[in-house]
Ligand binder design. Structure first.
Ligand code: ADP
Ligand code: MG
Length: 664
């Protein structure tokens, strides 16, 4: 029953981590204070409960006038409720009349006073009980929230407490934030890598489980990239820092998960709006219950009024929409946490909605369904030597981050050591989805597909190759081509099958590659639809066409690697990027990031999203159902304040427990 949310629920669950400008400021602890907060609340509950027992004993043993009894019960009442009463005063002072603290205060003050009205039974114990249980519910919520945050925190605990940096020949311990580019750090076995960098010396295997959810180790040695957040499992490594902590993978991933609370799901926005309307309606209904029936019935107005006032007070106790306001955001928060534990980063609850309703999954080919690691299968030069052709291509490609480019640079081993005059490359221009042009030693060189060759005016001499073909032209004259081939990822087949058969999602592939290559991949995977020879802009228009098809409320996701497809990632309902390890473009452009490159994670993400939605729906139906039932019983006089409190706390506890299932 956290106050942060009940006055409209605008501040999401997540915002409690930051400054929360609403009534429940005392709940807004920093991480780490939660335990203390919960412990303090439990002590408060125990003290108030003991005082209540003492008051009941006094009540039964001594024959006291009503006002003396009131004083006896006021002790536990204030012990349990002083915080709530103070908050209620504060929020009334701010002009916010309809929130749960004011409702609880009015209801309990009413219960304390009703015994003094003609024909009224004292309800002192009930008043204390309401406050006490309110406190129990609140503590429970605080605990549950702390638990979710803790488990997300743990799994997102990618930052080591300190980094061992070598400065002036001496090892110093500094905080990772204090590292700068070029620093040399030592990472011993069992320690986390503090910032992204390159291994200078040492061999080890890195555990990337915290980033990817996969425990397969990554072997590294001198020259290899070492990403922050990975755990060094074997030998000591000396690493040259290449990015400051704030720019490193670990910081970016953690920031992403932290900000995910800001994008509300439809259910959360619905609940926030619902609470805004629902609370005043219940208050007006309570007034109606207190005033109208006694006026209509015959008999003494005062006596009837007392009876109906009692029912109206019960109404107020029931009116708190806490179970909903708390459990729904908690469910989404838990779902985001559970997914990130599997290496699926969802940037906001609204994308859980969209994933749950996924109808079409559009995939990019290179690097998404295929490995994106090309091996050179043949080099076919015309006029120049094979070595020269590869040499030229690798030079120009060294300016690109495209998977083909990376593979060609790797294939031409001498690239990194070559310093000759002939190799001065200038005026590099990358044409997305086509290739590159550059000036190499005064000659205009183009490296790319047939489309690029046509623009250069070079006539292509192509054989019937299997694989993607990289053509090279020099000053508009065709210089030959290099055939590279890629393999389909091991789990692409499973990914497509799970989506098509398991989840009923239509699968589409869009690629800039040749028809022949596209057909091979599409046939092998059993895709529903595919299109080849596309420029990045064509991919956008295909996605737009699919978006305009009648979809019956279903959504469309685009899955890509962030290279040449950022516009499509942005255009789709859900942009899913692969290969976030090291690719900033992917992390930035996408709504969902798959930390390892497995397309099967898409189906997994949809599964998680559907489960989260169904838990949220269960909670909404359950909480509203019970509330309505108890409200009717209260109006009929069949349910007293005791039962109302039990119902309210019970529903909240069950809803929160249910919500926490989303984390698993
Ligand atoms: P995909 O849609 O399969 O991810 P892209 O849109 O990234 O492919 O690229 C489409 C085509 O453009 C590639 O198949 C290749 O022929 C050509 N291409 C793009 N970038 C390069 C590059 N850097 N070097 C050579 N060819 C390239
Ligand atoms: Mg691509």
């Amino acid at each position: 029953m956290g106050h942060c949310k009940c006055n409209g629920g605008e501040e999401g669950l997540h915002s409690t981590q930051k400054a929360c400008g609403c009534a429940g400021e005392r709940h807004c602890h920093e991480k780490g204070e939660d335990d203390g907060g919960v412990r303090r609340s439990v002590i408060k509950i125990l003290v108030a409960a003991s005082l209540l027992v003492a008051a009941v004993v006094v009540d039964h043993c001594a024959d006291m006038p009503m006002w003396a009894l009131l004083i006896v019960y006021l002790v536990p009442y204030l012990a349990a409720g002083h915080g709530v009463l103070k908050e209620a005063c504060d929020s009334v002072a701010k002009g916010d009349l309809f929130n749960e603290v004011t409702l609880m205060s009015i209801a309990t003050i009413g219960a304390l006073s009703i015994g003094f009205l003609p024909g009224g039974e004292p309800e002192f114990a009930e008043a204390v009980f309401v406050m006490l249980f309110f406190l129990v519910g609140e503590t429970f919520e605080e605990y549950a929230e702390g638990r979710s945050r803790e488990s997300i925190g743990n799994l997102m605990d990618l930052k080591p407490a300190e980094a061992h940096v070598v400065r002036d020949g001496k090892e110093e311990d500094v905080s990772p934030e204090d590292l700068t580019e070029g620093d040399i750090v030592i990472v011993r076995p069992g320690e986390k890598i503090p910032a992204d960098g390159t291994v200078e010396s040492g061999y080890s295997s890195l555990n990337t489980v915290a980033l990817t959810g996969e425990s397969a180790p990554r072997e590294v040695g001198p020259g290899d990239q070492a990403l922050s957040g990975c755990v060094n499992t074997q030998g000591a490594l000396t690493i040259r820092v290449e990015k400051a902590y704030a720019e490193s993978t670990a910081a970016k991933v953690m920031q992403l998960v932290e900000e995910s609370g800001e994008k509300k799901s439809r259910s959360e926005t619905f609940i926030a709006r619902f609470a805004k309307v629902y609370t005043p309606i219940v208050v007006i209904a309570a007034l109606f219950v207190a005033l109208v029936p006694p006026m209509l019935s015959d008999g003494v107005f005062a006596t009837n009024f007392t009876i109906w006032l009692g029912r109206a007070l019960t109404f107020l106790v029931i009116s708190c929409p806490c179970a909903l306001v708390i459990s729904v955001p908690l469910t989404f928060f838990g779902g985001i946490g559970g997914a990130s534990r599997k290496g699926i980063l969802i940037k906001g609850a609204s994308y859980i909605d969209a994933l749950a309703r996924l109808g079409t999954a559009v995939f990019d080919k290179t690097g998404t369904l295929t490995e994106g690691r090309f091996s050179v299968t043949s080099v076919c030069p015309s006029d120049i030597t094979a070595d020269e052709l590869l040499h030229l291509a690798a030079h120009v490609e060294s300016f690109s981050t495209h998977p083909i480019a990376i593979s060609l640079v790797e294939a031409y081993k001498k690239e990194s050591t070559c310093m000759c005059q002939k190799c001065a490359v200038t005026d590099v221009n990358e044409v997305a989805g086509q290739g590159l042009t550059a000036i190499v030693a005064g000659r205009r060189v183009a490296v790319g597909n047939t489309r690029l060759m046509a623009k250069e005016g070079a006539s292509v001499d192509e054989h019937d190759h299997i694989g993607s073909v990289v053509h090279v032209s020099i000053d508009g004259h065709y210089a030959g081509h290099i055939v590279v081939s890629d393999v389909v990822k091991k789990d692409s087949l499973e990914a497509i099958e799970n989506l098509r058969k398991g989840l009923g999602v239509k699968t589409v592939m869009l690629t800039g590659d040749r028809e022949k290559v596209a057909r091979d991949v599409a046939d092998g995977l059993g895709l529903d639809e595919w299109h080849s020879d596309l420029l990045p802009a064509d991919k956008v228009s295909h996605v737009e066409r699919l978006l305009n098809e009648p979809r019956g409320g279903k959504t469309l996701a685009f899955v890509g690697d962030g290279i040449n497809d950022a516009p499509v990632l942005a255009r789709a309902d859900v942009g899913i990027a692969m290969g976030a390890l090291g690719s900033d473009a992917a992390i930035e452009a996408a709504d969902v990031v798959l930390m390892d490159d497995k397309p099967s994670k898409v189906a997994q993400a949809v599964g998680i999203a559907r489960r989260v939605e169904s838990i949220a729906r269960q909670n909404v139906v359950f909480a509203i159902g019970i509330k309505v039932a108890v409200l009717i019983l209260a109006a009929l006089g069949l349910c007293g304040m005791w039962m109302a409190v039990f119902a309210d706390v019970g529903v909240t506890v069950l809803a929160v427990l249910n919500a926490m299932r989303a984390l698993r």
